[in-house]
Write a protein that binds this ligand. Structure first.
Ligand code: FAD
Length: 99
């Protein structure tokens, strides 16, 4: 996978250097990063917590895992950021953010 290792200003343009030493010159750069659940070192394999192949923790609508005493929220569940009951309630009322 190619990643951007640095972005430099080159006069009026920008230069993105990718790993593999590939340079791309451009007027503007949109650098969109992804996020992966960082669950590998939690020891969840020693529990009955169900995981998805991508490492995310499976939870129900109340953020509870398959183990009654274990809840998971945030990036480790890899749910849509706005996929919350609160967001959906507010969206139904015509508001599209949690501000
Ligand atoms: C580049 C970038 C830009 C972003 N911009 C935005 C934005 O503009 N708006 C927005 O809403 N969101 C943004 N996000 C997303 C936002 O940062 C995350 O959704 C949010 O931080 C997730 O919070 P979290 O508590 O789930 O995880 P994290 O903030 O990652 O917290 C997890 C914590 O657990 C700790 N940890 C990990 N493993 C262990 C372990 N084994 N033992 C103990 N501690 C451990 C980590 O050190 C870390 O402190 C951005 C993310 C990135 C990467």
């Amino acid at each position: 996978m190619l990643n951007i290792s640095k972005i430099e200003k080159m006069g009026a343009s920008l230069r993105a250097t990718l790993n593999g030493d590939v340079n791309i010159d451009a007027d503007q750069i949109l650098y969109a990063t992804g996020r992966v659940p960082n669950t590998g070192s939690l020891g969840l394999e020693n529990t009955s917590v169900q995981m998805k192949p991508d490492g995310s923790v499976v939870v129900d609508d109340y953020s509870k895992t398959d183990v009654d005493s274990i809840y998971a929220i945030g990036d480790c569940t890899k749910r849509m950021q706005n996929d919350t009951r609160c967001y959906r309630r507010r969206a139904r009322r015509g508001r599209d953010s949690l501000q």
